[in-house]
Design a protein around this ligand. Structure first.
Ligand SMILES: [Zn+2]
Length: 159
């Protein structure tokens, strides 16, 4: 599939952001983006775990020689603010965000972009994907409902 943001660097970050943008993910509608995280992790031979709030966490072991360092957590939320221009037929439950580039900026046709927090997710997943990085044991935590009541952040210690 062709990527609208193909020319942007770091390329993997924007590829992942574009994949995330194709998945409707308003607050309360995070099941599909949670599956994307689980599939992404599975593709790297990691396992995602989830809780009753729909949060997804991926635990990644330390690189060789880094086992004695403290664990590092990277957190981002999966939901986005869903606003659209008056008259837009966009359905946030079913339609992908339509990305385009204008004057060097990434924009969305008629809707909010979802960079909050899609780019946070993309950065975290790009780090997860890069097996050349040396790092301590890590947890990548993706929470739900941040834009409404921090629903996912509250029970995060259960994962
Ligand atoms: Zn936010």
């Amino acid at each position: 599939m062709k990527y609208v943001l193909e020319a942007l660097q770091p390329q993997n970050v924007f590829r992942i952001f574009e994949e995330i943008s194709r998945i409707p993910r308003g607050s309360g509608n995070e099941a599909a983006i949670g599956r994307y995280v689980a599939d992404f992790a599975a593709g790297l031979d990691y396992e995602a775990v989830s809780d009753e709030a729909g949060n997804a966490a991926v635990n990644v072991p330390a690189s060789p020689g880094m086992e004695n360092c403290g664990k590092l957590i990277l957190q981002a939320h999966m939901d986005m603010v869903c606003e659209k221009e008056a008259g837009s037929a966009h359905d946030f439950l079913t339609d992908p965000i339509k990305l385009y580039m204008e004057d060097g900026f990434v924009k969305a046709k008629g809707t909010t972009l979802g960079a909050d927090d899609g780019i946070g997710m993309a950065l975290a997943l790009a780090i997860m994907e890069d097996k050349t990085l040396r790092h301590p044991a890590m947890q990548f935590l993706f929470t739900t409902g941040e834009e409404i009541v921090f629903q996912g952040a509250k029970p995060w210690t259960k994962i």
